[in-house]
Design a protein around this ligand. Sequence first.
Ligand code: HEM
Ligand SMILES: [Ca+2]
Ligand SMILES: [Ca+2]
Length: 296
Amino acid sequence: RLSADYYVKSCPRFNQIMQDTITNKQITSPTTAAGTLRVFFHDCFNDGCDASVLLSSTSSNSAERDAEINLSLPGDAFDLIVRAKTALEFACPNTVSCADILAVATRDLLTMLGGPHYTVYLGRKDSRISKSSLAESNLPRPTMPMSQLIDIFTKRGFTIQEMVALSGAHTVGFSHCKEFSFNIRNDTHYNPRFAQALQQACSGYPQNPTLSVFNDIMTPNKFDNLYFQNLPKGLGVLESDHSLYNDPRTRPFVELYAKDQNKFFQDFAKAMQKLSLYGIKTGRKGEIRRRCDAVN
Ligand code: HEM
Ligand SMILES: [Ca+2]
Ligand SMILES: [Ca+2]
């Protein structure tokens, strides 16, 4: 039931409105792209790409967004979706789902950063449920052992290679100091000078929880394969980044993508397209929300 031109008749200006909104937002707030990519991932791994992550909590429900693991999702990503939805509701009311907006925004922002293009099939419906209690168990943590990380992906039908390709998303964006600081001193996988620099950058983090560092120190704002080239040099930020290189199950793919950016782009694009279809709701299993932060 999904199709690439799902809104051609019902909302002919869909692509144009998305493009305009995204370009404007990304130019004024350049951290939007990485933030949106992470929001999309966190939505999809929680019961599918159904915009459940966009719902706000109500007096009777604590929504995913308020789960501890999602508190660091940046406001700019949510703001982008609100802007796109507002413009789309004006042009074609009750037509475009928030889940489709998030999927297209993620793809278009990736392209703006220099990443690969892929077709996003459209026609997703929005969820009516969002539970903060489920978020923690569905999402990977940097402190999890590799077996558990692999489990989270394979349970959802993603191979180990697809997991590594998708982790290449850490070629852009930030990590807050609290996600890795406790670990720098004990983990021998860090390049010693890099460990020192990280410690310095994060020295004030208990008092200042907003302190953060780039995920890819070489090209933090460019979507490329430098993330994979960093890992063998001990220049990964999160413990899970280091593990991708240090675990024999994932290392071959890190080496492959470090050598061959085209292969990384091909595999990443395919895996993102697969992610964008994961657990989606169609027909009566969902709705077209009028506002992305509340059920109808
Ligand atoms: C393999 C398991 C993964 C773990 C343990 C993990 C963990 C994390 C953590 C802890 C952060 C820092 C967030 C912050 O402090 O604000 C982060 C950032 C990020 N992650 Fe992951 N992640 C994983 C996989 C993925 C995947 C599959 C994607 C997308 C396809 C992704 C996209 C991102 C992006 C884009 C950022 C930067 C966000 C920003 O700049 O606002 N991650 N990740
Ligand atoms: Ca979801
Ligand atoms: Ca990069």
